[in-house]
Design a protein around this ligand. Structure first.
Ligand code: FES
Length: 123
């Protein structure tokens, strides 16, 4: 059973999200409990629902990291579809025109917060 936290409750300390790292967490998104993920790319944190557009699988479902070897794209660990880290736009031809669902997050004074009005942290 889950409970809902405050809309802008902290997700995690900034130090828990290294460059090219990821951090999974749970949200209530439009009233439905979903997996979410933070990634850090070129120093900036981005939030997305943790679901690939190819199939309803977690981006990190097969292994912990979600960046490709070059560190230039998010790469789903299931079949390798890639995404632009800053926007979630799919870079692979098979899913061209689709995007990850972004979640608004903010980083303030060493803490990462969920600030998306459509989502609340679920614990
Ligand atoms: S489920 Fe992500 S690439 Fe297929």
């Amino acid at each position: 059973m889950s409970t809902v936290a405050r809309p802008q409750a902290p997700i995690c300390p900034s130090q828990d999200l290294a460059e090219l790292g990821s951090h999974s967490f749970q949200v209530l998104y439009r009233g439905v409990q979903r997996e979410a993920i933070l990634v850090r790319f070129r120093g900036v944190a981005y939030g997305y629902l943790n679901q690939c557009v190819h199939m309803p699988r977690r981006l990190d479902g097969e292994e912990p990291g979600v960046f490709d070897e070059a560190g230039g794209a998010i790469r789903c660990t299931m079949h390798g579809i890639t995404y632009k880290p800053e926007t979630g736009e799919c870079l692979s031809e098979i899913c061209a025109g689709k995007s990850l669902t972004p979640l608004r997050v903010e980083e303030r004074e060493g803490v990462l917060y969920l600030t998306d009005k459509r989502a609340r942290l679920a614990v």
